[in-house]
Write a protein that binds this ligand. Structure first.
Ligand code: GAL
Length: 419
Protein backbone atom coordinates (compact mmCIF):
# COMPACT_ATOMS: atom_id res chain seq x y z
CA UNK A 1 0.00 0.00 0.00
CA UNK A 2 2.88 2.38 0.75
CA UNK A 3 4.30 2.02 -2.76
CA UNK A 4 0.84 2.62 -4.10
CA UNK A 5 0.51 5.74 -1.97
CA UNK A 6 3.72 7.19 -3.38
CA UNK A 7 2.69 6.46 -6.97
CA UNK A 8 -0.76 7.87 -6.34
CA UNK A 9 0.48 11.11 -4.84
CA UNK A 10 2.97 11.70 -7.64
CA UNK A 11 0.33 10.89 -10.25
CA UNK A 12 -1.93 13.41 -8.55
CA UNK A 13 0.77 16.08 -8.60
CA UNK A 14 1.39 15.43 -12.28
CA UNK A 15 -2.27 15.75 -13.15
CA UNK A 16 -2.37 18.98 -11.12
CA UNK A 17 0.19 20.45 -13.47
CA UNK A 18 -1.56 19.09 -16.54
CA UNK A 19 -5.05 20.19 -15.56
CA UNK A 20 -6.00 23.39 -17.36
CA UNK A 21 -7.66 25.73 -14.88
CA UNK A 22 -10.29 23.19 -13.91
CA UNK A 23 -13.71 24.61 -13.27
CA UNK A 24 -15.50 22.81 -10.48
CA UNK A 25 -18.30 21.10 -12.38
CA UNK A 26 -21.48 19.49 -11.21
CA UNK A 27 -20.90 16.24 -13.09
CA UNK A 28 -19.37 13.47 -11.06
CA UNK A 29 -17.83 10.29 -12.35
CA UNK A 30 -19.15 7.37 -10.26
CA UNK A 31 -17.41 3.98 -10.26
CA UNK A 32 -19.42 0.99 -9.03
CA UNK A 33 -20.33 -2.57 -10.02
CA UNK A 34 -24.10 -2.40 -10.14
CA UNK A 35 -25.09 -3.74 -13.53
CA UNK A 36 -27.88 -6.29 -12.95
CA UNK A 37 -31.50 -5.18 -13.46
CA UNK A 38 -32.10 -4.19 -9.83
CA UNK A 39 -28.61 -2.80 -9.29
CA UNK A 40 -28.97 -0.64 -12.40
CA UNK A 41 -32.33 0.65 -11.23
CA UNK A 42 -31.01 1.35 -7.77
CA UNK A 43 -28.09 3.33 -9.22
CA UNK A 44 -30.51 5.20 -11.50
CA UNK A 45 -32.62 6.04 -8.47
CA UNK A 46 -29.60 7.60 -6.77
CA UNK A 47 -28.77 9.46 -9.98
CA UNK A 48 -32.31 10.89 -10.03
CA UNK A 49 -32.13 11.98 -6.40
CA UNK A 50 -28.82 13.66 -7.11
CA UNK A 51 -30.13 15.35 -10.25
CA UNK A 52 -32.75 17.05 -8.07
CA UNK A 53 -29.88 18.47 -6.05
CA UNK A 54 -28.18 19.64 -9.26
CA UNK A 55 -25.53 16.91 -9.40
CA UNK A 56 -25.09 14.88 -12.58
CA UNK A 57 -24.10 11.23 -12.17
CA UNK A 58 -21.73 10.13 -14.93
CA UNK A 59 -21.80 6.39 -14.81
CA UNK A 60 -18.59 4.35 -14.72
CA UNK A 61 -20.03 0.90 -13.98
CA UNK A 62 -17.69 -2.08 -14.17
CA UNK A 63 -19.65 -5.34 -14.47
CA UNK A 64 -18.75 -8.27 -12.25
CA UNK A 65 -20.61 -9.61 -9.22
CA UNK A 66 -19.09 -8.82 -5.83
CA UNK A 67 -16.99 -6.06 -7.40
CA UNK A 68 -14.10 -8.32 -8.42
CA UNK A 69 -13.32 -6.31 -11.57
CA UNK A 70 -14.37 -2.89 -10.27
CA UNK A 71 -11.83 -2.98 -7.45
CA UNK A 72 -9.04 -3.68 -9.96
CA UNK A 73 -10.18 -0.93 -12.34
CA UNK A 74 -10.28 1.52 -9.46
CA UNK A 75 -6.71 0.67 -8.54
CA UNK A 76 -5.46 1.21 -12.08
CA UNK A 77 -7.36 4.49 -12.47
CA UNK A 78 -5.82 5.77 -9.25
CA UNK A 79 -2.37 4.77 -10.43
CA UNK A 80 -2.94 6.63 -13.68
CA UNK A 81 -3.87 9.77 -11.75
CA UNK A 82 -7.47 9.59 -12.91
CA UNK A 83 -9.49 8.50 -9.89
CA UNK A 84 -13.28 8.63 -10.22
CA UNK A 85 -14.95 11.37 -8.15
CA UNK A 86 -17.10 8.86 -6.30
CA UNK A 87 -16.55 5.12 -5.84
CA UNK A 88 -18.35 2.19 -4.31
CA UNK A 89 -15.60 1.40 -1.83
CA UNK A 90 -16.52 -0.95 0.93
CA UNK A 91 -15.18 -2.37 4.16
CA UNK A 92 -11.46 -2.88 4.36
CA UNK A 93 -10.90 -1.59 0.82
CA UNK A 94 -12.29 1.72 2.03
CA UNK A 95 -10.00 1.98 5.02
CA UNK A 96 -6.99 0.96 2.91
CA UNK A 97 -7.63 3.86 0.51
CA UNK A 98 -8.39 6.23 3.38
CA UNK A 99 -5.06 5.26 4.89
CA UNK A 100 -3.15 6.65 1.90
CA UNK A 101 -5.11 9.89 1.83
CA UNK A 102 -7.20 9.20 -1.26
CA UNK A 103 -10.54 9.70 0.42
CA UNK A 104 -12.21 13.02 1.22
CA UNK A 105 -13.24 13.31 4.90
CA UNK A 106 -16.97 13.94 5.34
CA UNK A 107 -17.01 15.19 8.93
CA UNK A 108 -18.89 18.40 8.13
CA UNK A 109 -21.73 16.63 6.34
CA UNK A 110 -21.90 14.07 9.13
CA UNK A 111 -22.19 16.89 11.68
CA UNK A 112 -24.81 18.79 9.71
CA UNK A 113 -26.91 15.71 9.14
CA UNK A 114 -26.41 14.41 12.69
CA UNK A 115 -25.09 11.04 11.53
CA UNK A 116 -24.12 10.15 15.10
CA UNK A 117 -27.78 10.37 16.05
CA UNK A 118 -29.55 9.01 12.96
CA UNK A 119 -27.27 6.18 11.81
CA UNK A 120 -26.89 2.78 13.45
CA UNK A 121 -23.76 2.93 15.64
CA UNK A 122 -22.23 -0.01 13.72
CA UNK A 123 -22.77 1.88 10.47
CA UNK A 124 -21.06 5.02 11.70
CA UNK A 125 -18.20 2.96 13.07
CA UNK A 126 -17.76 1.23 9.70
CA UNK A 127 -17.49 4.53 7.78
CA UNK A 128 -15.11 6.05 10.31
CA UNK A 129 -11.35 5.69 10.21
CA UNK A 130 -8.84 7.25 12.57
CA UNK A 131 -11.46 9.64 13.90
CA UNK A 132 -12.65 10.80 10.45
CA UNK A 133 -15.84 9.93 8.60
CA UNK A 134 -14.56 8.62 5.25
CA UNK A 135 -17.63 7.50 3.27
CA UNK A 136 -21.37 7.89 2.91
CA UNK A 137 -23.25 4.71 3.85
CA UNK A 138 -25.89 3.55 1.38
CA UNK A 139 -27.47 0.34 2.56
CA UNK A 140 -27.07 -2.87 4.55
CA UNK A 141 -27.27 -6.22 2.83
CA UNK A 142 -27.97 -9.40 4.78
CA UNK A 143 -25.79 -12.27 3.59
CA UNK A 144 -27.45 -15.06 5.60
CA UNK A 145 -30.55 -15.04 3.41
CA UNK A 146 -32.41 -18.08 2.13
CA UNK A 147 -34.80 -17.32 -0.72
CA UNK A 148 -37.43 -19.78 -1.84
CA UNK A 149 -39.92 -20.19 -4.65
CA UNK A 150 -43.40 -20.23 -3.04
CA UNK A 151 -45.06 -22.24 -5.78
CA UNK A 152 -42.50 -25.05 -5.70
CA UNK A 153 -42.70 -25.32 -1.93
CA UNK A 154 -46.51 -25.37 -2.06
CA UNK A 155 -46.47 -28.08 -4.75
CA UNK A 156 -44.10 -30.14 -2.62
CA UNK A 157 -46.34 -29.55 0.41
CA UNK A 158 -43.62 -28.07 2.61
CA UNK A 159 -43.35 -24.91 4.67
CA UNK A 160 -40.33 -22.59 4.51
CA UNK A 161 -37.58 -24.32 6.52
CA UNK A 162 -36.11 -22.86 9.69
CA UNK A 163 -33.81 -25.74 10.60
CA UNK A 164 -31.47 -27.92 8.55
CA UNK A 165 -33.70 -30.95 9.26
CA UNK A 166 -36.64 -29.05 7.75
CA UNK A 167 -34.47 -27.90 4.85
CA UNK A 168 -33.39 -31.49 4.12
CA UNK A 169 -37.01 -32.66 4.24
CA UNK A 170 -37.99 -29.84 1.87
CA UNK A 171 -35.19 -30.81 -0.51
CA UNK A 172 -36.42 -34.42 -0.61
CA UNK A 173 -40.01 -33.28 -1.19
CA UNK A 174 -39.03 -30.95 -4.04
CA UNK A 175 -36.88 -33.63 -5.65
CA UNK A 176 -39.73 -36.16 -5.33
CA UNK A 177 -41.79 -33.77 -7.48
CA UNK A 178 -39.01 -33.79 -10.09
CA UNK A 179 -37.86 -30.28 -9.15
CA UNK A 180 -34.35 -28.90 -8.58
CA UNK A 181 -33.75 -28.01 -4.97
CA UNK A 182 -31.02 -25.37 -5.12
CA UNK A 183 -29.67 -22.84 -7.60
CA UNK A 184 -25.87 -22.97 -7.44
CA UNK A 185 -22.84 -21.16 -8.80
CA UNK A 186 -19.15 -22.10 -8.57
CA UNK A 187 -17.98 -18.48 -8.83
CA UNK A 188 -15.47 -18.21 -5.95
CA UNK A 189 -17.04 -15.08 -4.44
CA UNK A 190 -20.46 -16.74 -4.45
CA UNK A 191 -19.07 -19.91 -2.88
CA UNK A 192 -17.50 -17.74 -0.17
CA UNK A 193 -20.79 -15.91 0.32
CA UNK A 194 -22.70 -19.16 0.90
CA UNK A 195 -19.94 -20.60 3.07
CA UNK A 196 -19.70 -17.73 5.52
CA UNK A 197 -23.45 -17.89 6.13
CA UNK A 198 -23.21 -21.65 6.76
CA UNK A 199 -20.22 -21.06 8.99
CA UNK A 200 -22.12 -18.55 11.10
CA UNK A 201 -24.98 -21.05 11.50
CA UNK A 202 -22.68 -23.89 12.51
CA UNK A 203 -20.19 -21.93 14.59
CA UNK A 204 -22.44 -19.36 16.25
CA UNK A 205 -21.53 -15.71 16.69
CA UNK A 206 -18.62 -16.14 19.15
CA UNK A 207 -16.65 -18.65 17.13
CA UNK A 208 -17.48 -16.77 13.90
CA UNK A 209 -15.82 -13.68 15.41
CA UNK A 210 -12.77 -15.69 16.40
CA UNK A 211 -12.52 -17.12 12.90
CA UNK A 212 -13.26 -14.06 10.83
CA UNK A 213 -12.76 -10.93 12.94
CA UNK A 214 -9.90 -11.90 15.26
CA UNK A 215 -8.78 -14.41 12.62
CA UNK A 216 -7.21 -16.95 14.95
CA UNK A 217 -5.71 -19.63 12.68
CA UNK A 218 -6.09 -22.44 15.25
CA UNK A 219 -9.86 -21.83 15.45
CA UNK A 220 -10.19 -22.97 11.82
CA UNK A 221 -9.41 -26.53 12.91
CA UNK A 222 -12.61 -26.63 14.99
CA UNK A 223 -15.08 -29.45 14.16
CA UNK A 224 -17.79 -26.83 13.54
CA UNK A 225 -15.78 -25.50 10.60
CA UNK A 226 -15.59 -29.05 9.30
CA UNK A 227 -19.39 -29.33 9.61
CA UNK A 228 -19.85 -26.11 7.59
CA UNK A 229 -17.49 -27.37 4.87
CA UNK A 230 -19.30 -30.69 4.64
CA UNK A 231 -22.61 -28.89 4.34
CA UNK A 232 -21.16 -26.69 1.60
CA UNK A 233 -20.24 -29.82 -0.38
CA UNK A 234 -23.66 -31.31 0.20
CA UNK A 235 -25.40 -28.14 -0.97
CA UNK A 236 -23.36 -28.12 -4.16
CA UNK A 237 -24.42 -31.72 -4.82
CA UNK A 238 -28.04 -30.48 -4.95
CA UNK A 239 -27.35 -28.43 -8.07
CA UNK A 240 -28.54 -31.46 -10.10
CA UNK A 241 -26.53 -30.49 -13.16
CA UNK A 242 -22.77 -30.19 -13.58
CA UNK A 243 -22.06 -27.16 -11.37
CA UNK A 244 -20.52 -24.21 -13.14
CA UNK A 245 -19.78 -20.55 -12.62
CA UNK A 246 -23.09 -18.81 -13.10
CA UNK A 247 -23.70 -15.09 -12.74
CA UNK A 248 -25.65 -14.54 -9.49
CA UNK A 249 -28.59 -12.88 -11.26
CA UNK A 250 -29.02 -16.00 -13.46
CA UNK A 251 -29.58 -17.98 -10.29
CA UNK A 252 -32.13 -15.46 -9.06
CA UNK A 253 -33.85 -15.88 -12.41
CA UNK A 254 -33.81 -19.69 -12.01
CA UNK A 255 -35.59 -19.26 -8.68
CA UNK A 256 -38.11 -16.85 -10.16
CA UNK A 257 -38.88 -19.17 -13.08
CA UNK A 258 -39.32 -22.23 -10.87
CA UNK A 259 -36.15 -23.96 -12.05
CA UNK A 260 -34.93 -24.13 -8.45
CA UNK A 261 -36.74 -24.08 -5.13
CA UNK A 262 -34.01 -22.41 -3.04
CA UNK A 263 -31.23 -19.88 -3.39
CA UNK A 264 -28.72 -18.92 -0.70
CA UNK A 265 -27.45 -15.44 -1.52
CA UNK A 266 -27.16 -11.94 -0.10
CA UNK A 267 -30.48 -10.10 -0.32
CA UNK A 268 -29.45 -8.21 -3.46
CA UNK A 269 -31.12 -11.31 -5.00
CA UNK A 270 -34.36 -10.13 -3.40
CA UNK A 271 -33.96 -6.80 -5.20
CA UNK A 272 -33.45 -8.67 -8.45
CA UNK A 273 -36.64 -10.70 -8.05
CA UNK A 274 -38.59 -7.52 -7.34
CA UNK A 275 -37.09 -5.83 -10.40
CA UNK A 276 -38.59 -8.53 -12.62
CA UNK A 277 -42.03 -8.07 -11.07
CA UNK A 278 -41.98 -11.03 -8.67
CA UNK A 279 -44.09 -10.48 -5.58
CA UNK A 280 -42.84 -11.26 -2.14
CA UNK A 281 -45.24 -13.60 -0.34
CA UNK A 282 -46.90 -14.71 -3.57
CA UNK A 283 -43.99 -15.76 -5.80
CA UNK A 284 -41.12 -15.97 -3.37
CA UNK A 285 -40.25 -15.57 0.27
CA UNK A 286 -37.16 -15.40 2.36
CA UNK A 287 -35.90 -16.47 5.76
CA UNK A 288 -32.67 -16.34 7.71
CA UNK A 289 -30.52 -19.31 6.76
CA UNK A 290 -31.09 -22.19 9.27
CA UNK A 291 -29.11 -21.64 12.44
CA UNK A 292 -28.81 -17.88 11.89
CA UNK A 293 -32.15 -16.51 13.06
CA UNK A 294 -31.60 -13.33 15.07
CA UNK A 295 -28.18 -12.85 13.49
CA UNK A 296 -27.26 -10.34 10.82
CA UNK A 297 -24.29 -11.19 8.64
CA UNK A 298 -23.91 -7.86 6.91
CA UNK A 299 -22.24 -6.25 3.96
CA UNK A 300 -22.60 -2.48 3.79
CA UNK A 301 -22.46 -0.55 0.53
CA UNK A 302 -20.75 2.81 0.84
CA UNK A 303 -19.78 5.62 -1.49
CA UNK A 304 -16.39 7.22 -0.94
CA UNK A 305 -15.52 10.62 -2.38
CA UNK A 306 -12.07 10.47 -3.92
CA UNK A 307 -9.50 13.21 -4.07
CA UNK A 308 -8.43 13.93 -7.61
CA UNK A 309 -6.85 16.58 -9.78
CA UNK A 310 -9.99 18.76 -9.68
CA UNK A 311 -11.47 20.15 -6.50
CA UNK A 312 -14.99 18.80 -6.33
CA UNK A 313 -15.32 18.72 -2.56
CA UNK A 314 -18.53 20.72 -2.26
CA UNK A 315 -20.32 18.67 -4.94
CA UNK A 316 -19.03 15.45 -3.38
CA UNK A 317 -20.36 16.58 -0.02
CA UNK A 318 -23.75 17.12 -1.64
CA UNK A 319 -23.66 13.51 -2.83
CA UNK A 320 -23.03 12.29 0.71
CA UNK A 321 -25.81 14.45 2.05
CA UNK A 322 -28.35 13.30 -0.52
CA UNK A 323 -27.67 9.57 -0.31
CA UNK A 324 -27.92 9.48 3.47
CA UNK A 325 -31.16 11.53 3.42
CA UNK A 326 -34.38 9.68 4.32
CA UNK A 327 -35.90 9.97 0.84
CA UNK A 328 -32.94 8.43 -0.98
CA UNK A 329 -32.45 5.82 1.72
CA UNK A 330 -35.98 4.49 1.38
CA UNK A 331 -36.19 4.69 -2.41
CA UNK A 332 -32.76 3.25 -3.16
CA UNK A 333 -32.82 0.41 -0.63
CA UNK A 334 -36.30 -0.72 -1.63
CA UNK A 335 -34.98 -1.36 -5.13
CA UNK A 336 -31.58 -2.71 -4.13
CA UNK A 337 -32.87 -5.33 -1.67
CA UNK A 338 -30.80 -3.83 1.14
CA UNK A 339 -32.10 -1.84 4.11
CA UNK A 340 -31.58 1.76 5.24
CA UNK A 341 -28.54 2.56 7.36
CA UNK A 342 -30.67 4.92 9.46
CA UNK A 343 -32.35 3.97 12.69
CA UNK A 344 -35.04 6.66 12.42
CA UNK A 345 -37.05 5.18 9.54
CA UNK A 346 -40.38 3.41 9.93
CA UNK A 347 -39.81 -0.31 9.25
CA UNK A 348 -43.47 -0.60 8.23
CA UNK A 349 -42.35 1.02 4.95
CA UNK A 350 -40.27 -2.09 4.15
CA UNK A 351 -41.29 -5.47 2.68
CA UNK A 352 -41.33 -8.52 5.03
CA UNK A 353 -37.82 -9.75 4.19
CA UNK A 354 -36.25 -6.30 4.50
CA UNK A 355 -38.23 -5.54 7.65
CA UNK A 356 -36.78 -8.62 9.31
CA UNK A 357 -33.31 -7.61 8.16
CA UNK A 358 -33.64 -4.04 9.45
CA UNK A 359 -35.25 -5.09 12.74
CA UNK A 360 -32.61 -7.75 13.33
CA UNK A 361 -29.84 -5.25 12.65
CA UNK A 362 -31.53 -2.71 14.93
CA UNK A 363 -32.23 -5.05 17.84
CA UNK A 364 -30.02 -4.77 20.92
CA UNK A 365 -30.39 -8.54 21.40
CA UNK A 366 -29.21 -9.50 17.92
CA UNK A 367 -25.73 -10.31 16.68
CA UNK A 368 -24.25 -8.16 13.88
CA UNK A 369 -21.40 -9.94 12.13
CA UNK A 370 -19.22 -8.58 9.32
CA UNK A 371 -19.01 -10.48 6.03
CA UNK A 372 -15.60 -11.73 5.00
CA UNK A 373 -16.66 -12.43 1.41
CA UNK A 374 -17.75 -8.79 1.00
CA UNK A 375 -14.67 -7.15 2.53
CA UNK A 376 -16.21 -6.19 5.88
CA UNK A 377 -13.75 -8.28 7.88
CA UNK A 378 -10.50 -8.58 5.94
CA UNK A 379 -8.64 -7.14 2.99
CA UNK A 380 -8.92 -8.17 -0.65
CA UNK A 381 -5.97 -10.60 -0.47
CA UNK A 382 -7.29 -12.62 2.46
CA UNK A 383 -10.82 -12.61 1.08
CA UNK A 384 -9.59 -13.89 -2.30
CA UNK A 385 -7.38 -16.54 -0.69
CA UNK A 386 -10.30 -17.84 1.37
CA UNK A 387 -12.61 -17.87 -1.67
CA UNK A 388 -10.02 -19.70 -3.75
CA UNK A 389 -9.40 -22.30 -1.03
CA UNK A 390 -13.13 -22.99 -0.81
CA UNK A 391 -13.40 -23.18 -4.59
CA UNK A 392 -10.60 -25.75 -4.70
CA UNK A 393 -12.26 -27.76 -1.95
CA UNK A 394 -15.43 -27.94 -4.00
CA UNK A 395 -14.04 -28.45 -7.45
CA UNK A 396 -11.24 -30.90 -6.60
CA UNK A 397 -12.91 -33.94 -5.10
CA UNK A 398 -9.63 -35.32 -3.73
CA UNK A 399 -9.13 -32.27 -1.45
CA UNK A 400 -10.03 -33.41 2.05
CA UNK A 401 -12.03 -31.38 4.52
CA UNK A 402 -9.23 -31.44 7.12
CA UNK A 403 -6.68 -30.33 4.55
CA UNK A 404 -8.98 -27.44 3.61
CA UNK A 405 -9.29 -26.43 7.25
CA UNK A 406 -5.49 -26.36 7.50
CA UNK A 407 -5.28 -24.27 4.32
CA UNK A 408 -7.87 -21.84 5.62
CA UNK A 409 -5.93 -21.55 8.88
CA UNK A 410 -2.83 -20.77 6.81
CA UNK A 411 -4.36 -18.04 4.64
CA UNK A 412 -6.11 -16.30 7.52
CA UNK A 413 -3.78 -13.75 9.07
CA UNK A 414 -4.52 -11.92 12.29
CA UNK A 415 -5.48 -8.23 11.76
CA UNK A 416 -2.24 -7.02 13.39
CA UNK A 417 -0.18 -8.88 10.74
CA UNK A 418 -1.89 -7.10 7.82
CA UNK A 419 0.10 -3.97 7.23
C1 GAL B 1 -21.89 -7.00 -3.03
C2 GAL B 1 -22.47 -5.62 -2.94
C3 GAL B 1 -23.89 -5.61 -3.35
C4 GAL B 1 -24.18 -6.40 -4.63
C5 GAL B 1 -23.38 -7.69 -4.70
C6 GAL B 1 -23.46 -8.40 -6.04
O1 GAL B 1 -20.52 -6.97 -2.74
O2 GAL B 1 -22.40 -5.20 -1.59
O3 GAL B 1 -24.32 -4.28 -3.49
O4 GAL B 1 -23.97 -5.61 -5.71
O5 GAL B 1 -22.05 -7.51 -4.36
O6 GAL B 1 -22.70 -7.76 -7.02
Amino acid sequence: MQVLAAVFLSALALSDVQAQAPAPGLTLDVLHWWTSASERRAADQLAQQLAQAGVLWKDAAIPGGGGMAAVKVLKSRVLMGDPPDVAQLIGNTLTDWADIGLVLPLGEVAQRQRWAQVLFPTVLERVSYKGEVVAAPLGLHRINTLLFNQRLLAQAGVAPPHSWAQFEAAVRAVQAQGGRALAWSDEPWQVATVFEALLLGEAGADLYRELVVQRRPAAWLDPRVEAALLRLRWLRSLAAEPPRERVWSDNARALWQGQAAFLIMGDWALGELLAWGAQEGRDFGCAALPGTTGMHLYSMDTLAMLRGPRDRASVQETVAEVVVGVGAQLAYNRIKGSVPVRRDIDPAALGPCSRDSWETFASARSQRLPSLAHRMAADETIKDAVAHTLWRYLTQAQTSTQETQRRLAAVIRAPSAER
